[in-house]
Design a protein around this ligand. Structure first.
Ligand SMILES: [Zn+2]
Length: 246
């Protein structure tokens, strides 16, 4: 049941997702993988929407060159753990919010443990090696993987649902090289918000997801394109030989 204070706090969104949807957000746990430009945008909006539990993972410390886009941090956070600083900044953003900061890099050893016990995974990573690991863990745990990636004025979003949509390897078979790319804060904000909107819709059970569809945002031209994505029948992950979730 929503409390009277919940009802007032969420008065402007209850007409959109209903009491039941709001309660589902409160009961939900999400993994925000990465606390950089995408991850800080995602975590902020998850918290304010009323999602109850956020596990946020990042190994890095806040650097001055992060402060054009990583909106949970201030000058006073320089040198602090991003995961811890993000958790501190989010405190009080929701009445039921619990944030679990994890200072770690995501690798084959810990990915399954990080993905355990959440309802979905939000991709705020900056490299595809970690994204593939996370997407595989999401599939094994039978939870959605909401992919986002950004570069300059450009970004993309898709929602991968195990046993339903093509996997990340099918959608992005040839990832771009990693490393520092030019980036604007607004690009991280736009794409992170689109990913959070997907999470809210999935949890509240409303709207149409970007499932089987890849949204491309070109901020320079102010254009958006949505492509249908095709799975590879021979894909070892999601094709006919796909691994089954336990
Ligand atoms: Zn596949």
């Amino acid at each position: 049941m929503l409390t009277p204070a919940d009802r007032e706090r969420y008065r402007r969104q209850l007409p959109l997702i209903g009491d039941e949807g709001q309660e589902r957000l409160r009961e939900a746990a999400v993994l925000v993988a990465g606390a950089g430009g995408l991850g800080t945008s995602i975590a902020l909006h998850c918290a304010y929407a009323g999602i109850g539990r956020i596990r946020i993972v990042d190994q890095d410390r806040v650097d001055l060159s992060n402060l054009n886009r990583q909106i949970l941090y201030r000058d006073a956070d320089l040198g602090k753990s991003k995961a811890v600083a993000a958790a501190e900044r989010l405190r009080g953003a929701g009445p039921h919010l619990r944030v679990e900061p994890v200072e770690a890099s995501i690798d084959a050893e810990n990915v399954r443990e990080l993905a355990e016990g959440v309802d979905l995974i939000l991709d705020g990573m900056d490299n595809f090696d970690a994204r593939y690991l996370l997407a595989d863990a999401a599939r094994e745990c039978a939870v959605p993987f909401i992919h986002g990636a950004i570069h300059g004025f450009f970004g993309q979003v898709t929602t991968i649902i195990p046993e339903t949509t093509p996997c990340l390897r099918c959608i992005v078979p040839h990832p771009p090289p990693g490393g520092a790319v030019p980036i604007l804060g607004v690009t991280a904000g736009v794409i992170g918000c689109m990913q959070t909107a997907e999470a809210i819709k999935w949890l509240a059970g409303t709207g149409d997801l970007l499932a089987g569809r890849l949204l491309l945002w070109d901020g320079l031209r102010a254009e958006t394109e949505v492509l249908a994505v095709e799975g590879d029948a021979a894909c070892p992950v999601c094709g006919e030989h796909r691994r089954k979730c336990e």
